[in-house]
Design a protein around this ligand. Structure first.
Ligand code: MF3
Ligand code: CO
Length: 253
């Protein structure tokens, strides 16, 4: 069942999403050569709590941290730890914050220090733009897979691939609600988009092929071919017209 949010619930979603977006900025500013992923996680957790919110990823399905930090060939669900970020690393952060029973969710990818290649820079910008390509269809009159198809077409037209094994999702009082929002598929399928739906559109893009595997820590998802990956996500609200990006403001890419 897709939960349509009331105006009161939407206000709470906005609040949660604003804190989530601020936490993304906070974590993004910390990404630099020499910093450990655990340091970013711990400081960002403190930031979220200082806003009166809860880091909703912590303990979710047993996830052991507040921020998913995925480096280079890691696509999503990287566990923060002793790993030291190096110059040129491609670092994705994905986090959630909950307040008054509602949750915001967003992600972004950054390059620490000096980019190693033009391809890495392009990977980040295509992934981010893919979100906006999908957003064009995030309004009544379209269906979920119209978003999916727009993301896939844009990414593949630019020579990259979209991850198939993980998808975007509805969000509200639960981090993951219906509907699923894939980043691939043919247009014209899936639920119709309706005012009051809150969903996460989150392109996960690999520079090489899309097959992935999960590491022995049972969380970290990496590309099978070792190619680098990027992730960009916002929580959005379907309205009568233009969708509202709830997880703004955002950092410059
Ligand atoms: N924020 C992620 C998403 O986009 C989920 C993180 S998994 C968790 O759906 F275990 F860390 F919570
Ligand atoms: Co999400």
């Amino acid at each position: 069942m897709i939960r349509i949010k009331t105006p009161r619930e939407i206000d709470k979603m906005r609040r949660a999403a604003q804190i989530t977006a601020a936490a993304r900025i906070y974590a993004g500013k910390m990404i630099a050569p020499g910093v450990t992923t655990k340091e970013i996680d711990k400081a960002t957790e403190s930031f979220i709590r200082s806003q009166g919110a809860i880091p909703s990823c912590l303990g979710y399905g047993g996830f052991p941290a507040s921020v998913c930090i995925s480096v280079n060939d890691e696509v999503i669900h990287g566990i923060p730890g002793k790993r030291v970020i190096r110059d040129g690393d491609v670092v994705s952060i994905d986090l959630c914050a909950g307040i008054e029973g509602f949750i915001g969710d967003c992600a972004a990818t950054f390059i620490a220090g000096k980019p190693r290649s033009e391809e890495d820079v392009k990977l980040l910008s295509i992934t981010r733009q893919a979100f906006y390509e999908g957003l064009k269809y995030a309004r009544p009159g379209y269906r979920v897979s119209d978003i999916s198809a727009a993301v896939q077409q844009f990414v593949e037209a630019n020579g990259f691939s979209v991850i198939r094994d993980y998808v975007g999702h509805g969000i509200g009082s639960e981090m993951h609600e219906e509907p699923e929002v894939p980043n691939f598929g043919k247009p014209g399928h899936g639920p119709r988009l309706v005012k009051g739906m809150t969903i996460c559109v989150e392109p996960m893009v690999a520079a090489g092929g899309w097959p992935v595997r999960v590491l022995g820590d049972d969380w970290t998802v990496v590309t099978r071919d070792g190619s680098r990956a990027a992730h960009y996500e916002n929580t959005i609200l379907i309205t009568d017209g233009e969708p509202e990006i709830l997880t703004l403001p955002e950092p410059e890419a």
